[in-house]
Write a protein that binds this ligand. Structure first.
Ligand code: TZP
Ligand code: MG
Length: 253
């Protein structure tokens, strides 16, 4: 079920203020998406390891109603065509909400899905390569896509920023079955990574409503939560609780 789209929702809006002068400059993004990202506190992931793809629309709707600021589609082990179909259905839900859609891997699907960017791991495409793949449907221009990168240590976080990532994930803070086999890094380096890196940092890995206070107390400002949200009995309420704690922590409430 392919649903080709010309541009993502946030991208379409950002296009209006497109300035070719900045095309190709790594890390330079466009006002609308740059605003969305800079204000983002809660990053939710629709992960097929936890949720039935048939429920994607309903789940993502609830995540957005609960205040999630960014949504990622993560379908480990899936074929490209299936990821495209699932992400396309999520793109429809997000259409008009202003919440950017990020694809885990598959940057080349960004144009056809109408996503706003892609997230790469340490072993995936380099940021510049992902940015090129995500935008190559618009020949000759580097479109306003967001490229995020997973980092697991301070040096990787600094390297990802230097490489041009628009944001980074930092973790896993706690051991988590969502990223089995990846050792937890703890909370000790959270404050330091915020001193060293200026792009938005999303702390990730075992973050839950129950340990959010500790994570924020260690210096985090933004978080990604996967299983905590997807396994919650009241997913929307869970997101709302977490978001209001994040807003309070950020001095916004
Ligand atoms: N990258 C580092 S930890 C992680 C990813 C994708 C998984 C986070 O999932 P959860 O369920 O919130 O621990
Ligand atoms: Mg990956």
């Amino acid at each position: 079920m392919k649903r080709p789209r010309e541009l993502g929702r946030a991208r379409a809006s950002a296009e209006r203020s497109y300035c070719p002068l900045f095309a190709g400059v790594s890390g330079v993004i466009f006002p609308h998406m740059s605003d969305r990202l800079s204000h983002a506190l809660l990053y939710g992931i629709f992960d097929t390891g936890y949720a039935n793809p048939a429920d994607a629309a309903l789940i993502v709707e609830r995540m957005v109603a609960g205040g999630v600021d960014l949504v990622q589609v993560r379908a480990k082990g899936w074929e490209e065509e299936d990821v495209e179909g699932l992400a396309g259905s999520v793109a429809e839900v997000l259409s008009g909400t202003g919440v950017p859609l990020i694809l885990n891997d598959f940057p080349q699907l960004v144009p056809s899905v109408g996503a706003d960017g892609a997230h790469v791991g340490q072993a995936d495409h380099a940021v510049a390569d992902a940015r090129w793949r995500a935008g190559r449907a618009l020949a000759g221009e580097v479109p306003p896509v967001l490229i995020g990168k997973s980092t697991h240590a301070l040096a990787q976080a600094e390297a990802a920023e230097a490489e041009g990532a628009d944001y980074i994930g930092f973790g896993p803070l706690y051991p988590t079955p969502t990223k089995a086999g990846r050792p937890a890094i703890g909370l000790e380096e959270i404050a330091e990574v915020h001193r060293r890196v200026s792009v938005p940092i999303f702390c990730i890995g075992g973050v839950k409503r129950e340990n959010l206070e500790a994570v924020l107390g260690a210096g985090a400002r933004r978080v990604v939560i996967v299983s905590g949200i997807l396994l919650a009995s009241d997913l929307e309420g869970y997101c709302r609780d977490v978001k209001s704690e994040l807003r309070r922590n950020a001095g916004l409430a």
